[in-house]
Design a protein around this ligand. Structure first.
Ligand SMILES: Nc1ncnc2c1ncn2[C@@H]1O[C@H](COP(=O)(O)OP(=O)(O)OP(=O)(O)O)[C@@H](O)[C@H]1O
Ligand SMILES: [Mg+2]
Length: 302
């Protein structure tokens, strides 16, 4: 199976930091969990067919943290819905551990931006829901659920209901619920997008800790540059209309990540490179709003 994946490493930083180069060499030696080839999706619309995604080729390796970034409308959620099996692609193929994916399955865990816990179930019951649906019974279902709840730091809330939790806590339960099915890959669509900046930063750290400790691969969608650089091993940049892969960037920032790294040249260079791709300068000019001037001419405001 051939691939033309345009992987980019920022060479200056890669050479300066041998540990980073070594990390990517090892990453590519790990088995491929998710293989996407020639993936395309178009929708019927009143103006004809809209191509949301076209010719996507990429691999996600075992225990990799891959972020997908791109402008609004470039097809990020469409991609994740196809990967989750909720939507069928128009073309191409999708292999999970080498097997073709045709519909939803417990091998893929999902966490969305909107809060999706079952409001009538307690935290523990929400986490037990997937394993029970998969036919598991007996006390181990409950003890396993407790373990996942402990892992996201919410043991004191196992009997609480979603309405009693903050947004960040709800997303921690959503992560525990997704992991309780022991998925091969965790698919996350802007999971922290609705949280305030401080909670969001805290959630990013929780997620990195969880990822480090369990055997799971993560595909994480965001449109926040800092979030992508902070979390990812590699960042897949999508360009819009139709959604195609612009580049896959290896993030040359060492792990473990910390906020102090946000001033490192490697961090800033990665951010700048993505920013130039997803917010090209000429576009800012095109999108200038034509607002009629309503104030009295002659005031001093620029
Ligand atoms: N069910 C649908 N029917 C028709 N068009 C659709 C459908 N779902 C998505 N689209 C179109 O496909 C394109 C990609 O949408 P998608 O929701 O995947 O973008 P996105 O990158 O997730 O955007 P955002 O960052 O705003 O969440 C858009 O042009 C959208 O209008
Ligand atoms: Mg979206």
């Amino acid at each position: 199976m051939t691939s033309s994946i345009p992987t980019v490493s920022l060479p200056d930083y890669r050479e300066q930091e041998p540990a980073v180069a070594e990390r990517f060499r090892k990453l590519k030696e790990r088995p491929v969990v998710l293989r996407v080839r020639g993936l395309g999706k178009s929708f019927a619309s009143p103006e004809g067919r809209v191509t949301a995604l076209e010719g996507l080729d990429f691999d996600v390796h075992r225990r990799e943290f891959l972020c997908v970034i791109g402008q609004s409308g470039c097809g990020k959620s469409t991609l994740i819905r196809i990967l989750s099996g909720l939507e069928q692609p128009t073309s191409g193929e999708l292999l999970l551990d080498g097997k073709a994916v045709h519909g939803p399955g417990p091998d893929r865990g999902m966490v969305f931006q909107s809060y999706t816990l079952f409001p009538w179930l307690s935290v523990k019951e929400n986490v037990m829901f997937g394993p029970k649906m998969a036919g598991r019974t007996g006390p181990s279902v409950e003890s396993d659920a407790r373990q996942w709840i402990e892992m996201v730091g919410l043991s004191d809330f196992e009997n609480a209901y979603p309405f009693q939790l903050s947004g960040g806590m709800k997303q921690r339960v959503a992560i525990a619920r997704a992991l309780a099915n022991q998925p091969r890959i965790l698919l996350m669509d802007e999971p922290f997008g609705a949280l305030d900046a401080q909670t969001r930063a805290q959630m990013q750290d929780y997620l990195l800790q969880i990822w480090k400790n369990i055997d799971v691969t993560i595909l994480f969608i965001t449109h926040d540059l800092d979030e992508a650089v902070y979390l990812a091993d590699r960042i897949l940049v999508l360009k819009a209309k139709p959604g195609r892969i612009d580049e896959i960037i290896e993030v040359p920032v060492p792990r473990p990540r910390s906020l102090d790294q946000s001033i490192l040249p490697a961090y800033l260079a990665t951010k700048k490179r993505i920013s130039e791709m997803i917010h090209p300068r000429e576009q800012h000019h095109k999108e200038m709003l034509h607002i009629p001037r309503l104030t009295v001419a002659g005031d001093e405001i620029e």
